[in-house]
Design a protein around this ligand. Structure first.
Ligand code: GDP
Length: 341
């Protein structure tokens, strides 16, 4: 019996030694995710790209997520017998989530650990969807991520477009966001766009057709951005979804591209949370009779409504806010519009 115990403890210790030889923990950054697989770029000198799966369950503040690991996450990898597994997500400095395009009660993590977010738009080529800018700002408001709006295709703007541009510039710069204008055709604003991205980790978004790929190619040739959406089979049928991807920039910095975003919805948000995320409204809300619980709709003594009437708060932003509030409270909204999301 004693011999058996001795033998088994010897065997056990051998097993442990055996395991130690083949297990190694490495740190890397998630650069791409396609649902169940994650591409992780190692931080060591090899800069090797590993295709990983997830080990165990990860949660984010107990929120229901469709994808627990985001592009931009720094992760610990367990590499055993040639298989690479993500076993730990290192603490995030921030993250960006939106409502899942597939499941209305779930959230989709778009990216994490970013320095800034950049939204490419045009005044009319294609026409910007009402409220899209504000939704994008809202998405980045939780961690106060700096946002720059890039108005592209400036060469196509006629005088009425320029009026819109000026109005947009004045609305958004007044509340602390940056605005750039660019034209890939006339090669204007490209240096400023490059400077914006240099040495930072930037989330880059824009509705299809705004010229995002052209702009990025103009400052970083040969980068292959995906232009459409990627299909993924999810048991219930064929779906399209957005998979972010991180690219290294030759001139310094990294960019997380988010292809295929048509619309942003936030049915998970508390209406008060939305009110507080409109930064200029939040600033005025301390003067509302109901303070932080005022939703600035029909409450008496609302300082925000007064500021809209006097023009201190943009009526455009305010109306977008009311629309978003209504949509968020209307749980069926998602069902009617899921084709657009
Ligand atoms: P994406 O879907 O946002 O990646 O858009 P693309 O980069 O594919 O561009 C969509 C179309 O807009 C293409 O035909 C581009 O040549 C055109 N385009 C891109 N930037 C500009 C610009 O600054 N001016 C004009 N006139 N056309 C542009």
């Amino acid at each position: 019996m004693q011999a058996f115990i001795l033998y088994s403890s010897y065997f056990y210790s051998k097993q442990i030694t055996f395991k130690k030889v083949f297990v190694s923990n490495k740190i890397g950054t998630v650069v791409k995710s396609t649902g169940s697989w994650y591409s992780v770029r190692l931080e060591n000198e090899t800069k090797e790209l590993l295709e990983c799966r997830i080990l165990g369950k990860f949660r984010l503040d107990d929120l229901p997520l469709t994808n627990p690991v985001a592009v931009g996450d720094r992760v610990e990898i367990d590499q055993t017998d040639g298989k690479a597994m993500i076993k730990k997500i290192l603490p995030r400095s921030n993250y960006v989530v939106r409502q899942s395009p597939r499941r209305k009660h779930d959230l989709h993590l778009l990216a994490s650990n970013i320095d800034q977010a950049v939204l490419i738009v045009t005044v009319d080529f294609p026409h910007i969807k009402p409220g899209f800018i504000d939704r994008f700002l809202l998405m980045n408001a939780k961690f106060d991520i700096p946002v720059t709006l890039v108005f592209n295709k400036f060469d196509l703007y006629q005088s009425h477009h320029l009026d819109v541009l000026e109005e947009m510039k004045s609305i958004y710069t007044k509340i602390g966001y940056s605005v750039l204008t660019t034209s890939v055709v006339q090669k204007t604003g490209l240096d400023a766009f490059k400077e914006l991205l240099k040495d930072k980790c930037s989330l880059l978004s824009g509705q299809s057709g705004v010229g995002k790929s052209s702009l990025v190619n103009a400052i970083q040739p040969h980068l292959e951005l995906r232009t459409g959406e990627i299909s993924d089979y999810s048991g219930k049928g064929q779906h399209t979804t957005t998979f972010a991807e991180m690219f290294e920039l030759d001139f310094g910095g990294r960019m997380i591209d988010t292809p295929g975003i048509k619309m942003l919805a936030f049915s998970d948000k508390d209406p008060r949370n939305i009110a507080h995320s409109y930064r200029e409204m939040f600033a005025y809300s301390e003067n509302c009779r109901f303070g932080g619980s005022c939703l600035h709709r029909s409450e008496p003594g609302c300082a925000v409504k007064l500021a809209v009437e006097t023009g201190e708060i943009s009526a455009l932003r305010y109306n977008n806010y009311l629309g978003l509030l209504e949509e968020t409270e209307d749980q069926n909204y998602w069902e009617r519009h899921k084709e657009d999301i």
